[in-house]
Design a protein around this ligand. Sequence first.
Ligand code: SF4
Ligand code: SF4
Length: 338
Amino acid sequence: MKERFMVLDNMKKPLAGQIFSIQHFCLHDGPGIRSLVFFKGCPLRCTWCQNPESWSPASELGFKDHLCINCRNCLSICPVNAMKTPGQIRSDLCQTCFSCAKACPSGALIRFGNCLSTHTVLKDLQPEYPYYRSSGGGVTFSGGEPTLSLEFVIQLAAALKQDQIHVAMETCGLFHMEEKSESLPESGKAIRELLSLIDLILFDIKLFQEAAHQQFCGTSNRIIKNNLAMLARNFFQEGGPMIWPRMPLIPGITDTPENLEGWGDLLAELELNKVTLVPFHNLGEAKREWLQLKPGPKLNTPTPESIEKARHVLARMGITCYDPGEEEWPPASKSSPV
Ligand code: SF4
Ligand code: SF4
């Protein structure tokens, strides 16, 4: 307890970041029992995204139609008449004050994202420390893309490392490593600082071909591939965080032989010979509706046979595939190569 408050008190100026969820007692996304901290803001727009509430870096208002009891509290409380009927929110008028969500008795109106300080996040995580320690677990930053909140995530990771907590980070891989990027001149330096505080990186790989990545994820994958190579070098040559690639398996999109072979070749070349295959589930569709986003295309979930086929393609290339939650994680300390 003494140690805990020493860390918080030493933190001179707590920073704040947009968090949309903190979940405890998670058994995936790294070794042991973990807490997952979900950051808002993502530079990608993957067609199959299951967390569209992570896309915007700002807090958002969502509406779950099936929970509305038509009490009309939201209409009367809105200071700018941004709703004509419950849940029909005019984005041009809404000031995201969230008074309606507070006044909603049924949970139909919900707020996605809160601007939390490092103090607040740590206070939420600290009661879980005994579980991390007894299980070899820790904290995983996810999202969204944690590196979009770079200074905040560095401060959070530094405080956790000071408490000797294992820190993992899931990333879409799109961040700027160049020391002198014109748009983000300090990002390269800050990313290196972050890497020095992270034990394990869960690196998402999706479409290998540039045009396909543009089509399904909305961005180029050039920087993502460069960053994967840089992180592999950083791990093998400089003792940086371990890299564990993960691929969502989406029938006809990511599970094609061309895509699997493209990634398989690159992973083998980088000596990253393990990957988690994450079967697609259509969990994001309802959330799109809550947020008044355009519906995504109809996508199939993979069959046991198609998953086996994908594993077989990668196994032929020397890559061992794991189901989510079945990974043989290294112990919660800096460890040997994948
Ligand atoms: S968030 Fe505020 S401004 Fe927006 S609809 Fe609700 S009450 Fe109105
Ligand atoms: S306050 Fe909530 S339950 Fe009541 S009408 Fe508005 S959205 Fe529906």
